[in-house]
Design a protein around this ligand. Structure first.
Ligand SMILES: Cc1cc2nc3c(=O)[nH]c(=O)nc-3n(C[C@H](O)[C@H](O)[C@H](O)COP(=O)(O)OP(=O)(O)OC[C@H]3O[C@@H](n4cnc5c(N)ncnc54)[C@H](O)[C@@H]3O)c2cc1C
Length: 495
């Protein structure tokens, strides 16, 4: 039986493990932390329970498919709680826009900002829906590592219809006349580490996918999903070892030979799959020699998504006037993306995201209280060298609380019973995130499909990648699909 060592128990690593074990390989997952899940981790502060990173779950069909692979039923293992209304976008001038998967609610809400939007909304849903299905069927899951093969999956007319030739913002502006609607739907570009003014229009499939397939929270929080996937892996026969840090991938005669652990142990393996982010694997885990030289060069050239500063607050009471998900947009929308992504500087008044997960899943907080999670995108670590994160954290905290007060969300410093903050350095150290980048490699046109770091190494036989920075991309559903794609690649190579 072929032996596989997987470095990291992030969701991508776990998904790959399940598919490979199921196919008859012998899989061991080596995770450096005491818990599985990676960025989708768990933080407990007294009786408050927080998801460390992801808080928005969409495309449940991806997880259903993962469970079906091993003959299990996803909905038996994970109870999904619907989050509808979904995200509320808030502007500094007091305007708000709340999304919903109910067409009538959405039309009514959008019409407040864009009278007569109904037929244009319906046409947009048809167009974006068509592109969503086309992209997932022929591009996203294709595993093609060659541009001609990848693009050749579509006819010219279909390619043109995807909107690759215009920016996401302009693509949305074809359908919506309100700047606020365009800003809200285009802000999904953040998840891809790009600007709505430079990422291709194809990515209107992101807000579409969320509206069409709904927004969910597993019972127990996102970590409820991770625990269920971990159980699924173990039941399939995967061996998962935690507190096991891999220090180096070992090579013999141009092939991987196994992995060296930080404690000096050696785990032999014919195949190594790294779920540690691709550029971090390339820069820090490859053996000396050609692979390492190529890897370091690739890592230095990759365009990464921003880092994040995250706050976890256990509150003394329940919040009123705010739903589960809110995004606070800056007054200077375009300039803010420019400062974050092109100039890569810390901003005085950044956009931020607020999640009150206990509004949907009360079990996450003690009775009559709430949890609050605040995420503030900031430039990658290499652009914030010398920043005093203690001082910066205090400044941003005050700004966030001020903005919440301005929006009449009565959350004041005195309401916070317990607090933890993760700075970009913490994120880097805990999860091996290259340059502190929260979401991995960005999804600009030159890092999409066959141009994204591919899921096998061209320089070291037997080394494969899975997770946010390889194909198909970042986010919980994408890395789960990526697990299947990496497994398929391996099986294709070994059979
Ligand atoms: C703050 C934040 C918010 C997010 N919000 C969302 C969201 O709302 N919805 C969504 O879908 N996605 C979201 N994401 C993205 C999503 O979390 C990631 O795309 C996904 O979880 C990445 O999974 P992965 O498979 O790449 O593994 P990772 O989560 O990166 O896990 C990799 C694992 O490898 C381990 N590892 C690294 N190096 C070693 C080593 N040398 N030895 C052993 N183990 C090692 C790490 O400890 C880690 O456990 C968010 C991410 C962040 C950071």
């Amino acid at each position: 039986m072929r032996s596989v060592a997987i470095i990291g128990a992030g969701l991508g690593g776990l998904a790959a493990a399940i598919h490979l074990q199921r196919a008859g390989l012998s899989v061991t997952v080596l995770e450096q932390n005491e818990r599985i899940g990676g960025r989708a981790g768990l933080l407990e502060l007294g009786s408050y329970r927080f998801d460390t990173g992801p808080s928005l779950l969409n495309y449940p069909w991806v997880f259903e498919e993962l469970f079906t692979t091993v003959g299990a039923r996803f909905h038996d293992a994970v109870q999904l709680l619907p989050v509808d209304p979904g995200i509320t976008f808030r502007w500094q001038d007091g305007r708000r826009l709340t999304l919903s998967s109910s067409f009538d609610c959405l039309r009514e809400e959008l019409a407040r900002l864009d009278p007569g939007v109904g037929p244009r909304l319906a046409a947009w849903l048809r167009r974006a829906g068509h592109n969503y299905r086309l992209s997932f069927a022929r591009l996203v899951q294709s595993n093609a590592d060659n541009p001609l093969k990848w693009l050749g999956a579509l006819r010219l007319r279909e390619l043109w219809g995807l909107g690759l030739q215009r920016s996401l913002y302009r693509q949305l502006a074809l359908s919506f006349r309100s700047r606020h609607i365009c800003e809200a739907l285009a802000s999904y570009a953040m998840y891809l580490g790009g600007s709505p003014f430079s990422l291709p229009g194809l990515f209107e499939i992101l807000p579409y996918g969320e509206l069409a397939y709904g927004l969910w929270l597993p019972r127990g929080g996102i970590y409820g999903l991770i625990e269920a996937v971990g159980d699924l892996a173990r039941e399939a026969g995967v061996n998962i070892s935690t507190e096991c840090r891999v220090s180096r991938i070992a090579e013999r005669d141009g092939r991987v030979a196994g992995v060296e652990l930080a404690d000096g142990d050696f785990i032999p393996a014919e195949i190594v799959v790294s779920n540690c982010d691709v550029p971090q694997t390339d820069a820090a885990l490859l053996p000396d020699g050609a692979a390492r030289r190529h890897g370091r060069r690739r890592a230095s050239r990759l365009r990464m998504t921003p880092a994040v500063l995250t706050f976890y607050w256990g509150l003394k009471r329940k919040l009123v006037g705010v739903d589960h998900h809110s995004i606070f947009l800056p007054a200077d929308y375009r300039g803010s993306f420019d400062r974050l992504l092109r100039q890569q500087v810390l901003q005085e008044k950044p956009a931020f995201y607020l999640s009150i997960a206990s509004a949907t899943e009360p079990a996450l907080a003690p009775p009559d209280t709430d949890t609050a999670f605040v995420l503030v995108p900031v430039p990658p670590l290499s652009r914030t060298e010398g920043v005093d994160w203690r001082a910066e954290t205090a400044r941003i905290r005050q700004y966030v609380l001020g903005r919440l007060a301005q929006a009449h969300i009565g959350l004041q410093a005195g309401d916070i019973a317990v607090e933890q903050v993760l700075t970009p350095r913490d994120w880097q150290q805990r999860f091996g995130l290259f340059d502190g980048s929260a979401l991995g490699a960005a999804h600009n046109l030159t890092q999409l499909g066959p141009w994204r770091p591919c899921n096998y190494s061209r320089w070291l036989h037997g080394l494969y990648y899975v997770g946010a920075s390889t194909t198909p991309g970042t986010g919980l559903p994408m890395v789960t699909l990526g697990g299947r794609m990496t497994a398929a690649r391996i099986l294709d190579h070994v059979r």
